[in-house]
Design a protein around this ligand. Structure first.
Ligand SMILES: [Zn+2]
Length: 194
């Protein structure tokens, strides 16, 4: 039964029953839902096309939705790593690290895309996104602080002042230090309203 991990096998009672038809040893796979139905194949044959046809196209337990090849909600959820918290964290990364505007969560086409992947998706407001970014900032701040305290070598600071296209003054802080024989840099961007 090595390699029998294709999803179609889950539809049948395992191990299969061994039968001999015209001198050929065969496996007979009985359907778990309709035990009067079965699919037979030669023991040396590893092809799953007949098993898949029964499990995903012809079994009477399937509804029309499934026979048309669309995924059920349960199947869909199993194939998705979505959780409300994970999406919120990904949005924080998108907005704060990749510099995307938070208004994107209001975009109806984007909302449709999210619902396409998970029908029950929770789409957060801009206010939630702002709070999440602040929360992640506070958590990260403590970690960065600890990281800086634990660097045993000298630390060199470089300052980089610049203006963003919306005339916001930004102060970038670049920290250089040596760790494990390698020169490393840590870039911290701080916004200053001047
Ligand atoms: Zn079946």
């Amino acid at each position: 039964m090595k390699g029998w991990d294709a999803p179609c096998y889950a539809h049948f009672k395992l191990p299969p029953t061994i039968v001999v038809e015209q001198g050929i040893v065969k496996y007979r796979f009985y359907c778990l839902v309709h035990p009067d139905r079965y699919v037979t194949r030669a023991r040396h044959d590893d092809a799953t096309s007949n098993l898949r046809r029964h499990a995903f196209k012809e079994c009477p337990s399937l509804n029309e939705h499934q026979k048309s090849g669309q995924l059920t909600v349960a199947e869909f959820a199993r194939g998705s790593t979505y959780s409300s918290a994970r999406l919120r964290l990904k949005h924080v990364q998108w907005f704060a690290v990749n510099h995307r505007p938070m208004n994107l969560t209001k975009d109806d086409a984007y909302q449709d895309i999210l619902r396409m992947f998970h029908a029950g998706v929770e789409i957060m407001s801009n206010q939630t996104a702002t709070r999440d970014i602040l929360d992640v900032f506070k958590i990260t701040q403590a970690i960065v602080k600890k990281k800086l305290q634990n660097i045993p070598t000298r630390k060199h600071l470089a300052l980089d002042g610049w203006s963003s296209p919306n005339v916001m003054s930004i102060l970038g802080i670049i920290l250089t230090y040596v760790e494990d024989g390698q020169v490393k840099t840590l870039t911290l961007d701080a916004v200053r309203y001047v």
